[in-house]
Design a protein around this ligand. Structure first.
Ligand SMILES: Nc1ncnc2c1ncn2[C@@H]1O[C@H](COP(=O)(O)OS(=O)(=O)O)[C@@H](OP(=O)(O)O)[C@H]1O
Length: 414
């Protein structure tokens, strides 16, 4: 080949590469993710763009160059679009759930959702479905009652009893289907549960002086009573194992370790999301969040009370400590840009807050409990609408597109 031809060939290849990169960055057909931050359509328009067919794995799990985030340089990876988020109680799980809902909502993915109850939450119920019955909603595009087609769900992110066999049967059989969860320091998790769900009332205690009355109350509780170790319960570990031998508990934790691709830690929420972003090949926009279910005031306890809560929570402490070690190992493995990425992410979070949030007030939720509800700023984008997800607005849409057209209880939320 002479020199002239070689020069021609090189300029042609450079042209093709540049062309593909331009198409990737600017053409929505190639990448809907680059559109998200500038979404300016209103909600009714977003309803119209919903496809009625679950997307195939190949159209979702493609190799991309993560170039839409300026801080991210040519990271070649496969986007994770099929996952099971094992929702734990009072760990920041609603915040995490909301961002996974947003991810699936904009990509027309199908969610495992309860057919009864409010916005598809299954209250720690096992999924049941046979030839002629089911307690979950169909995936997108499948008529209700066509039980044989209740499969190929992309996302599960509700409270459910972790039964891997059932989940395997209904989830899209993606090779990279990921399981993940979130854990919180057990004394904080317990306090949040005890106060938010008003469990102190069952104990005959009053909210006003809980700081002093919790200690004598829990001191006299026998093991297994008092809503301790719920994080293990939420991950499907039976009481016999939780309160059995340390060896059996340790084995259960090791099994979870093998199953779970990632365990986020509430105390390091932003750091955890960076790990998730990297592992799932998501971008910064995908992990933006607004805090959910934050109680307007917190009950503060002294050292002795905290110690007693932790004594009752010994199995959850073992679980938490194990995954906290795993978390720090993963932070080390992330690479040298971790701190810089964290700074970038927090800056984006602040900017997004300013753009999307109009006001925040503490109010009673439709399900009777009390937490801070954020409301959408005027004239904000569809992206903001999904991010703020005020009064479950996006959840309602997700449930609606999976065939639940009317239900008195959640209609009240609209
Ligand atoms: N991003 C982030 N970082 C740290 N903490 C957070 C975050 N998001 C939510 N929260 C706190 O998590 C508590 C709510 O947990 P859940 O959403 O899991 O509650 S629920 O089980 O769905 O009702 C609740 O804790 P308490 O306020 O102590 O009750 C929230 O304040």
């Amino acid at each position: 080949m002479n020199k002239h031809w070689l020069t021609h060939l090189i300029s042609l290849s450079v042209g093709v590469i540049l062309g593909v990169q331009m198409a990737w960055r600017y053409c929505p057909y190639f990448s809907n993710r680059s559109l998200l931050p500038s979404f300016k359509q209103n909600v009714s328009l977003s309803r119209k763009i919903l496809l009625l067919v679950p997307p195939s794995e190949s159209s979702l799990s493609r190799t991309i160059q993560n170039k839409d985030d300026s801080s991210q340089v040519s990271d070649r990876c496969n986007v994770t679009s099929n996952f099971v988020f094992l929702k734990t109680h009072k760990t920041g799980s609603s915040t995490l759930r909301s961002l996974t809902c947003r991810f699936g909502y904009f990509r027309n993915l199908s969610f495992v959702l309860g057919a009864g109850g409010i916005i598809g939450h299954l209250n720690q119920v096992s999924i049941k479905f046979g030839k002629n019955s089911s307690n979950i909603l169909p995936p997108i595009g499948v008529p209700r009652g066509n039980y044989a087609s209740y499969k190929n769900y992309n996302i599960s992110n509700i409270h459910l009893s972790f039964n891997e066999r059932t989940l395997k049967r209904i989830m899209y059989p993606a090779a990279d289907l990921k399981y993940f969860t979130i854990l919180r320091e057990p004394s904080q998790q317990w306090l949040s549960y005890f106060t938010y769900f008003k469990k102190y009332k069952d104990a005959g205690l009053k909210y006003d002086n809980l700081s002093e009355t919790i200690l004598p109350y829990i001191k006299q509780l026998p093991p297994g009573k008092g809503y301790f170790n719920l994080q293990l319960h939420d991950l499907g570990i039976k009481s016999a194992v939780i309160y059995g031998s340390p060896e059996a508990l340790n084995e259960a934790i090791q099994r979870l370790d093998k199953k779970l691709a990632l365990v986020l830690i509430t105390e390091y929420f932003d750091e955890s999301l960076l790990l998730m972003k990297q592992m799932f090949c998501w971008n910064f926009t995908d992990i933006l969040y607004v805090k959910k279910r934050q109680q307007p005031s917190k009950v503060v306890v002294d050292k002795a009370t905290r110690k007693e809560i932790l004594r009752h929570s010994a199995p959850d402490v073992a679980l938490y400590n194990h995954f906290l070690r795993v978390f720090w190992r993963k932070v080390e493995e992330y690479g040298p840009t971790f701190q810089e990425d964290l700074k970038t992410f927090r800056k984006l979070l602040n900017e997004t807050w300013d753009k999307c949030i109009g006001k925040a007030v503490a109010e009673k939720s439709p399900d009777r409990y009390f937490y801070i509800e954020n409301f959408l700023a005027a004239n904000s984008s569809t992206f903001c609408w999904a991010l703020v997800n005020s009064k479950f607005a996006m959840d309602v849409e997700i449930v609606r597109r999976q065939g639940k057209l009317s239900d008195k209880r959640w209609k009240k939320l609209e």
